[in-house]
Ligand binder design. Structure first.
Ligand code: MD3
Ligand code: FE
Length: 204
């Protein structure tokens, strides 16, 4: 593919370094109350390489027994997810073009060797809303195709402070993270990459 699918918008450097630091502080506050956990794949129970948590009324979770789903509580602590930080609600209002707030913010943490295979995000019931993504920390190689797994793909590097908006046709596009580029950012003291995805789950 020569171009990303319709509805994909990449906003490089949307957040300047001071705002990235504020975002990181907000993420740390969420993780202090809702610790990163090891997600496992449906049926096989194989561990994903990414560590996850959420904030918002709903969070995306996965385990062997119950598979992919949204739920209101942390799978390990049983506590409700912390609320979505204001800076992320402001981002959604600014870039989503959707007149209702996000319900979920999935937080993915990638170590230097973590990756995410090609998949579609289709556990939501409202595909009219885009997904809004924020990258923090080390760069990654992101790859996105079309709505069929066999469609050709395009790769791009996502850097700390970048925002991506996945609306329109791109909302149901296959996508994944092929690799992390270690030591490409100094934002995280111990390296790695954080991705935040703001999502609408239910129809308003
Ligand atoms: C395209 N996250 O959390 S962010 C995910 O970098 C996910 O952690 C990746 O795929 C990450 O589901 C990619 C960019 C992104 C996020 C959501 C999408 C691209 C998307 C949803 C639909 C299509
Ligand atoms: Fe995804």
């Amino acid at each position: 593919m020569t171009a990303p699918p319709e509805g994909f918008r990449h906003l490089p450097g949307h957040f300047p370094p001071d705002a990235q630091a504020s975002l990181l502080e907000a993420v740390r506050a969420v993780v202090a109350r809702a610790p990163l956990y090891v997600p496992t794949l449906p049926r096989s129970g194989k561990e994903m390489s990414v560590r996850m948590t959420n904030c918002g009324a709903l969070g995306w979770v996965t385990d062997a027994a119950r598979g992919y789903r949204y739920q209101a509580t942390h799978p390990v602590t049983g506590e409700p997810w912390p609320s979505i930080p204001g800076i992320l609600l402001d981002l959604w209002a600014e870039v989503s073009g959707y007149p209702h707030p996000p319900e979920a913010c999935l937080i993915n943490f990638y170590s230097a060797t973590a990756k995410m295979g090609q998949h579609q995000d289709r556990d939501e019931t409202d595909f009219a809303a885009p997904v809004v993504s924020v990258s923090l920390g080390d760069d990654c190689l992101f790859r996105i195709g079309g709505t069929k797994r066999t469609d050709s793909t395009v790769s791009l590097r996502l850097r700390s402070g970048d925002v991506a908006v996945l609306g329109g046709e791109s909302r149901l596009a296959f996508h994944g993270v092929d690799r992390i580029y270690p030591d490409t950012s100094t934002l995280l003291k111990n390296g790695g990459r954080i991705n935040l995805t703001l999502r609408r789950v239910t129809k308003p």
